[in-house]
Ligand binder design. Structure first.
Ligand SMILES: [Zn+2]
Length: 95
C-alpha cells in the first residue's frame, strides 16, 4: 500500500506534491526512511555524512499536481458571508 504525503509548494508554481513516505513500521529503518552514516577519505579522516534511503520507500517518487487558479466560487466565499450560514438569523429577537 502506498503511503502518500501531501505537500503544498509555491515553487516553481503553486502545486500539490504527492510524495512517497517511509514505512512507519519498517524493521530496517524504524520508519525513519534511511540510514545516516559517516564516511572517511582514504586517510580515514572524516569526510562527510552519507544518507542512504531505505528500500521501503522511494524518496524520488513524487507527483506534481499543478493547481488551477482558485475557482470563482471559492474566491467569492472568502469575501462575502455565506448566505446559508445558520447563524445568519440568530440575532433576530424571538417574537
Ligand atoms: Zn525502511
Amino acid at each position: 500500500m502506498l503511503r502518500l504525503r501531501l505537500e503544498l509548494t509555491n515553487y516553481p508554481r503553486r502545486a500539490v506534491v504527492l510524495t512517497d513516505t517511509p514505512r512507519p513500521d519498517c524493521p530496517d529503518c524504524d520508519g525513519i526512511g534511511g540510514f545516516e552514516y559517516d564516511y572517511g577519505d582514504h586517510n580515514g579522516e572524516y569526510a562527510g555524512t552519507e544518507w542512504d534511503p531505505c528500500v521501503c520507500w522511494n524518496e524520488n517518487r513524487r507527483w506534481l499536481l499543478p493547481l488551477p487558479r482558485l475557482p470563482r466560487w471559492l474566491r467569492r466565499r472568502r469575501t462575502t458571508p455565506d448566505p446559508w450560514a445558520s447563524n445568519g438569523y440568530s440575532n433576530e429577537p424571538p417574537f
